[in-house]
Design a protein around this ligand. Sequence first.
Ligand code: SAT
Ligand code: MN
Length: 634
Amino acid sequence: MSVKIHPRVTDWAHQMKGITGANKVIMLDGSPAQRSRLNQALVKSGAFQALDPAKWPNSYASRSAPTDTARAEDKTLMVYSENRDNNRSFKYMSPDAAHSDVLPLFKNAMNGRDMFVVPALMGPEGSSLSRALVQVTDSPYVAANMAIMSRMGDPALRHINENNGVFTRGLHASADLDYSKLYVLHFPEGDPIADIWSVNSAYGGNALQGKKCLALRLAMTQARAEGWLAEHMLILKIKDPSGKTHYLTAAFPSACGKTNLAMLNPPTHFAQQGWEITTLGDDIAWLKPHSDGTLHAINPENGMFGVAPGTNDQTNGNMMDTLRRGNVIFTNVATTPDGDVWWEGLTPRPPKQFHDWRNREWEQIGSNTWAIDRQVKVEWNEGRGSWKVTSGEEFLPDALQGAKELPNAAHPNSRFTVAASQCPSLAQEWENPDGVPISLTLFGGRRPEFGLIPLVSAAQSWEQAVYMATVMGSAMTAAAFGAVGDIRRDAFAQLPFMGYPLPDYLRHWLSMPQSVRHLPQVATVNWFQRDDEGRFIWHGYGDNFRALEWLIRLGEGSAPYLDSPVGRLPGINGLDMTGYNMPEKHLAALTTFNPEAGWPAEADSRARHLAKYPDMPEAVTNEQKKLAGAINSF
Ligand code: SAT
Ligand code: MN
């Protein structure tokens, strides 16, 4: 029997129909029959291409507008009655500007289209941490993705009924997908129309409003008021050979391997000892002080929206097995005539024939050469896993001319959307309403400098932990617009997701010892150091487990370590390197403090960054002073 729909849901949806001029209101209940009708309609309209069911059961490929492939950080704004932050932590818009400049974009935006009402529960059923969103959208593609990424339909409607009709109101229109009129607005103080407005994009982080909009930007403002944390973190379970369980969370900027770490397989040596790793989440964690004295985490999402390029049986076998179970939406990958998909890094050799993410036709014409639309010739470099244009450059789209950006078969930020429940390494407790107690928290980024940011470094105090997470830097990736490769400071990997001023957020973190007796051990990690020829010196993937294992032993007091100005380090003898030979020079670069590797410049750059926020908490600026002092005395 279907769940009664709270009148607040229906009333609000009809108000949105009035604004957007939608045809019909279609209420989504999440039932398999309705989901299958939605997918069929997407196939019929050409938005979905059904894949070969033998390879990818009940799975579809779709292509976005060429301009709509990533989050649009410049157009993502927080709307407050007062501009207290001066665009330091987030981009600001006034309520008046929202109503005069953005609201008109929704007026009649759904003329001639149906409006889907998507009730989405974020978090396990029956959890006091879970929250309901009702998102209206004109995009069946967005609705189909929400059906995977949230507990859509009845679970959300039940939650709303049990919570006096309270839900976050999300207004979404893909409208004309006109990039110049794209906006993602958040109203933490509420708004007469809706709490989240996004328009002119159907891309994940812009349009699947349960994800970054609700679960991070809005949730963190509520978390601050209510004493919990909404974080850009994966959740992982590690069982050690003695049978003891450790739960950890880890924050990395987008496209730095969160999904891979969440599904890591330990190297053989550790697996044989009895270490086991299972997954609870790959992107977002809500953490709440628990009566047992620890922080408990839940994953508010129901699925994974992972980066396709680079994913394969070696880098993430669990993910590949998750995908092979089917029910996947692939976005902006390449497709072959026989209903298969491909992306750079899936297999060493590209298929003979395929359509790229822009739907251009590629055909193999030589052992390593392909022709694009019979005009452009490109060469495949199997070692690098990338393409080079050899002729016909003038036929490439403007963005690729002079080709800093290479032509790719799959967009570098191409994605798959798939239910977490299909993951073979999923931990059963991922749906515990009470969450899981976190004993270890990692912060990471991509820092390529040889010998600089260590592979793993444990904080020596809570203040140092907050400082280390605040100054985390990372080389930019394709998940956001901007210059790929530049280093940017990304505090707590939350830079694109801040819902209120960073200094206040840090104060909130600094206050945690008052409500949590057993805080997690905090460490930073960096898998991305390179040598002077640009090669990664750390293998990464499963071998990252060596850093986790050291941290667990460190927590138990049984691991060798070195204290340094940048935290507690393993030193060249700390990690269990069984089965992994590496030059001692590299091991030292990864595991020891090397002031000559560029620390004075790094410390200056951090100081300049912190100085941008005049009201940084003193605990953070003190840590900075301590570090600068220690470096100067070397
Ligand atoms: O770009 S999304 O926010 O949808 C995914 C991610 O970056 O984690
Ligand atoms: Mn993310």
